[in-house]
Design a protein. Structure first.
Length: 144
């Protein structure tokens, strides 16, 4: 099939990134705009992707200042009750993940930073990117 167009391979034209599956034979499509519709929030605002816990990122200082009122990285126990609650809501409802609650990725910390600072965050995009990343990780885990 190399060198053939999507149409020649019997595939629909690429419009946007989406997750496709089927449940009991019913096709299911999920994309960023569907998530925006379901949660009733426009797909606009700040979003940072591809940070991958880079220790040299300028976001580390910004996030540490927001979370711990210091440029130095703090521990979960150093968070205020309000920030612990926000972190718990994020981990259990918006961006569920495995492992301990103190193992936040830099992207998740930046996302929380936007809420703490009352900056408009692109919640649908963040949820959709998180879903894609989780799917990729689960597929990689199945291959091991």
């Amino acid at each position: 099939m190399e060198g053939k167009t999507r149409e020649e391979m019997g595939l629909e034209p690429f419009v946007d990134t989406e997750i496709r599956s089927s449940i009991m034979g019913v096709p299911v499509f999920i994309n960023q705009e569907i998530i925006a519709y379901v949660i009733g929030r426009a797909s606009e605002g700040n979003f940072k992707d591809g940070l991958d816990n880079n220790k040299n990122s300028h976001w580390n200082d910004i996030v540490n200042e927001t979370m711990f009122n210091s440029k130095k990285k703090g521990a979960y126990s150093n968070l205020s009750v309000e920030k612990k609650m926000m972190l718990k809501i994020q981990n259990e409802n918006l961006l569920p993940k495995g492992g301990g609650y103190n193992q936040q990725s830099l992207e998740h910390k930046v996302f929380l930073h936007f809420f703490i600072k009352k900056e408009k965050a692109n919640v649908p995009k963040c949820i959709f990117k998180h879903m894609i990343k989780t799917l990729k990780e689960s597929l990689d885990h199945m291959e091991d």
